[in-house]
Design a protein. Structure first.
Ligand SMILES: C[S@@+](CC[C@H](N)C(=O)[O-])C[C@H]1O[C@@H](n2cnc3c(N)ncnc32)[C@H](O)[C@@H]1O
Length: 365
């Protein structure tokens, strides 16, 4: 570990002790936390269509570059005039999510579908998730296709049999996404510039991708010429999807590329083995997983995570963090070793002061 990092770890741990291990990291993620949407009143048809049309026009540069990147947010309703709705583009498909209590009114969905068909073609597949609609939690997470023909699976996608599955392109990186399976699709579009940064800054480095989910950062690092990449997540299906993302990008995996483990268990093992990394990615969940006593809790565990990660950084390493903007958070730590350099936010995720997520990098010199 570099000596400046050693000092920082000590300082961080002192803060931890002072805060009785319960520092106030109110890292609620407003972009990803559906609970924050629950009380939204769903707007009427006229306002929804108008907001969608304006949001569409604002993204003309992204539409024009769709052959280079075809996964992006078409409307973030909370900040663009239609609270309770988000709309995303994934290749030829559109995913509408409604966070209004009781679900999405049918005439509003029809109005949106008509708009997409007008702009993208009559046979545009449209998927709908009603996050606070009727039915079981599972049914609401999984969503359903409401327009367009069934998708034709990409020939090299071993998960192509799943309904709602397709492969998208982000500046030459290929990612499998699932529009009607699970709470999230498999790709967080708001981390696009962070993935680009990782790709541009991984050449020859040993990269540790913690909370790797479907391994998107790992793919970016590997395609950027990393010497080695280790992706760590505790969920088996996420690890499995990470493997598939690697093969979609013709990347080799070995027994250390995709590890199913609790992050703290892994960090302990890595410390015992005296390992050292040249780049560490920290993208922890924004809130505790319900029902998991031992799971990651941002309020309790952020300092510990940061300190343990720093202990494994070699000289010249970087740490890339993704977290909610609200302070105090990950980005309030580490002042002893430098400043977090904030990465640009995506044009399709409007910045509203004090809300949303950001990505930032800390360079250890
Ligand atoms: C915010 S997502 C990460 C997104 C990912 N970095 C990406 O770019 O797509 C959080 C991930 O952390 C994983 N996770 C949560 N607690 C964990 C723990 N204690 N150890 C390992 N993984 C954990 C979840 O399974 C989930 O995949």
């Amino acid at each position: 570990m570099s000596s400046r990092a050693t000092q920082a770890v000590r300082a961080v741990m002192r803060q931890d002790v002072a805060g009785s291990g319960n520092a106030p990291c109110a890292a609620l993620d407003l972009n990803r936390d559906p609970a924050m949407w629950m009380d939204e009143d769903i707007v009427d048809r006229g306002r929804l269509v108008e907001s969608m049309a304006k949001a569409w026009a604002r993204r003309s540069a992204l539409h024009a570059a769709v052959d280079r990147c075809d996964a992006y947010r078409l409307m973030d309703g909370r900040h663009e005039g239609a609270p309770g709705w988000t709309v995303d583009r994934y290749g030829p498909c559109v995913l509408v999510q409604c966070f209004g209590r009781g679900g999405a009114p049918e005439e509003l969905v029809t109005a949106l579908v008509e708009l997409f068909q007008e702009r993208l073609g009559a046979d545009t597949p449209v998927f709908l998730k009603e996050r606070f609609g009727v039915g079981s939690a599972r049914e609401r997470e999984d969503g359903r296709q409401v327009a367009g023909p069934a998708l034709v699976p990409a020939g090299d996608d071993s998960m192509g049999h799943r309904p709602g599955r397709l492969v998208v392109n982000e500046h030459g990186l290929r990612f499998g996404v699932d529009l009607s399976y699970g709470q999230n699709t498999g790709l967080f579009a708001d981390a696009r510039s962070a993935r680009a940064w990782v790709r541009a800054n991984s050449q020859g480095r040993r990269i540790l991708n913690l909370f790797s989910y479907t391994g998107a950062f790992g793919v970016a690092a590997s395609c950027g010429g990393a010497r080695s990449v280790t992706n760590v997540d505790r969920v088996r299906s996420a690890i499995e999807r990470g493997r598939v993302n690697y093969s979609l990008n013709q990347l080799e995996s070995d027994s250390r590329t995709h590890l199913r483990s609790d992050v703290f268990d892994y960090l302990r093992r890595s410390t015992r083995r005296d390992e050292s990394w040249d780049g560490i990615i920290l993208d922890p969940p924004p809130r505790p997983t319900p029902g998991r006593r031992r799971g990651f809790d941002p309020r309790r565990d952020t300092e510990k995570l940061f300190a343990r990660a720093l202990e494994l950084c070699g000289d010249g390493a970087w740490v890339l963090g993704m977290a909610a903007i609200q302070s105090p958070s990950l980005f309030d730590l580490g002042e002893q070793i430098g400043e977090w350099e904030r990465l640009p936010t995506e044009a399709d995720f409007p910045v509203v002061e004090g809300r949303g997520r950001r990505a930032a990098v800390l360079q250890l010199r």
